[in-house]
Design a protein around this ligand. Structure first.
Ligand SMILES: [Zn+2]
Ligand SMILES: [Zn+2]
Length: 221
């Protein structure tokens, strides 16, 4: 009798294991087909220049795999991939590149500083997700006393840009959102560092960058 009960328990456990395995397999297949359909939907702009970078050459970061760059433009994408824009990486669309140590940047990035590049808004193009951006701003803490507005992806919370009431035709983009990581080391490398007087004391700043204790002077914007 005990032997029969043991045998029965063994066969029930084995069939439960098999059901679990089937469930896991189904989930894996679903994930793969979702990834494939995401890849299938990706589009690339026409490539005409020699050193263009396509998605397959980019490091794995975030969910979207359809980033790219050319000599003059690059995609910037949020962590979940819902928002993707094209930004200029050369002047005059690209205004400057800088690290900001101000206390607002600490809070808004949840880190110790922000790595930014400023662009002229007339060069900013949305590939997708403009309606997936939520905006929030305040004027209490920016050094200028004017409102800074932050644009976040509604889904994943990535801060895509900041805008100042003082310079409404400019956006302060985040270098880390640019899909081609080579650009973080080259064209988008910070050339200036501002609010060095607020810099965290265990970090010694961007080597070679023009250091300023406070904000940019208006003329350099
Ligand atoms: Zn997102
Ligand atoms: Zn700042």
């Amino acid at each position: 009798m005990i032997w029969i009960l043991r045998k029965l328990r063994y066969s029930i456990t084995a069939s439960l294991r098999s059901i679990n395995k089937q469930k896991q397999l189904k989930q894996a297949l679903l994930a793969t087909s979702l990834c494939n359909s995401l890849r299938a939907n990706t589009t690339h702009p026409p490539f005409t220049m020699s050193n263009n970078v396509r998605s397959q050459d980019l490091p794995l970061s975030g969910v979207a795999r359809d980033g790219w760059s050319t000599e003059t433009e690059a995609t910037a994408t949020c962590f979940c991939g819902a928002v993707q824009v094209v930004v200029p990486i050369v002047a005059p669309g690209l205004v400057n590149t800088f690290v900001c140590n101000c206390f607002d940047c600490r809070k808004v990035t949840a880190s110790m500083f922000a790595s930014n590049f400023t662009i002229d808004n007339s060069y900013l193009k949305y590939i997708r997700g403009e309606d997936n951006i939520t905006r929030w701003g305040q004027s209490k803490t920016p050094a200028s006393g004017t409102e800074m507005t932050n644009g976040f992806c509604k889904t994943c919370g990535t801060l895509m840009y900041r805008r100042s009431e003082l310079f409404p035709n400019k956006s302060y983009m985040r270098i880390g959102t640019v899909d081609d990581f080579n650009l973080h080391e080259t064209k988008l490398k910070p050339q200036a560092e501002i609010f060095t007087d607020s810099r965290v004391n265990w970090w010694h700043g961007v080597e070679g960058a023009k250091a300023m204790p406070g904000p940019f002077k208006t003329a350099s914007m």
